[in-house]
Design a protein around this ligand. Structure first.
Ligand code: MN3
Length: 197
C-alpha cells in the first residue's frame, strides 16, 4: 500500500480567520504532499512495503529515520485535517467529556495542559491528547513523532511546526494553540478516535 494525499475535508478558506487559505494551500499541497512523495520513495524495497500506515510508523521508529519521519508526518497530517472543522471548538461530546474530567479534573485544565504542551515543545513538533492505560493524557513530541510510538493512542494532535502557523500568527504560537482549541477542533472526530482507542 502506498501513501496518498487525502483531499481536505473542507474548502481551503473554510477555517478563516483562524487558519488562512494561504496556510492550508502551503501546508496541505506542499508540506503534506512532500511527506507522501518522500515516504513512498523511502518505503520502496523495505520490510514495511504493503503494511498499513500505523504498522509502518510503529515499525520504522528507531530503525529507519528517513522513512519514519515521513510516514509519521503523513499519519499526523491525515488526522490533523480531520481534527479541525469550520466553527469548531465548543461542546465536547458526553462520553469523551466524562473521560477528560476523570483524567484532568475539568475540561479547562485539559485545555490548559494541551496548550502548555504545544507552547513548551521546543522547536518543531506536536501537542497531543492520547489514551494510555485507559486514561486520557496530554503529551508533546518532536518532529514527526506521535503517541503511537510511545504506547498510546492519539485522539487529538496540534501541529506546532512553524509552517502550520507562521503565515497567520508569526511568532505567536500560544495564540495559534488557543485558537485551535477554542475555534478549530472537530470534537466529533476526537470522540470517534477515542471510542476506538
Ligand atoms: Mn505540518
Amino acid at each position: 500500500m502506498s501513501f496518498t494525499l487525502p483531499d481536505l475535508p473542507y474548502a481551503y478558506d473554510a477555517l478563516q480567520p483562524y487558519m488562512s487559505k494561504e496556510t492550508l494551500e502551503f501546508h496541505h499541497d506542499k508540506h503534506h504532499q512532500a511527506y507522501v512523495t518522500n515516504g513512498n520513495n523511502l518505503l520502496k524495497g523495505t520490510e514495511w512495503e504493503g503494511k498499513s500506515l500505523e504498522e509502518v510508523v510503529k515499525g520504522s521508529f528507531g530503525k529507519n529515520a528517513g522513512l519514519f519521519n515521513n510516514a509519521g508526518q503523513h499519519y499526523n497530517h491525515v488526522h490533523f485535517w480531520k481534527w479541525m472543522k469550520p466553527n469548531g471548538g465548543g461542546k465536547i461530546p458526553g462520553k469523551l467529556e466524562k473521560a477528560i474530567i476523570d483524567s484532568f479534573g475539568s475540561v479547562d485544565k485539559m485545555k490548559e495542559d494541551f496548550i502548555q504542551a504545544g507552547v513548551t515543545q521546543f522547536g518543531s513538533g506536536w501537542a497531543w491528547l492520547a489514551v494510555k492505560d485507559g486514561k486520557v493524557i496530554v503529551s508533546k513530541t518532536p518532529n514527526g513523532e506521535n503517541p503511537l510510538v510511545h504506547g498510546a493512542t492519539p485522539i487529538l494532535g496540534c501541529d506546532v511546526w512553524e509552517h502550520s502557523y507562521y503565515i497567520d500568527y508569526r511568532n505567536r504560537r500560544p495564540d495559534y494553540l488557543k485558537a485551535f482549541v477554542e475555534n478549530l477542533v472537530n470534537w466529533d472526530h476526537v470522540e470517534e478516535m477515542f471510542s476506538k482507542a
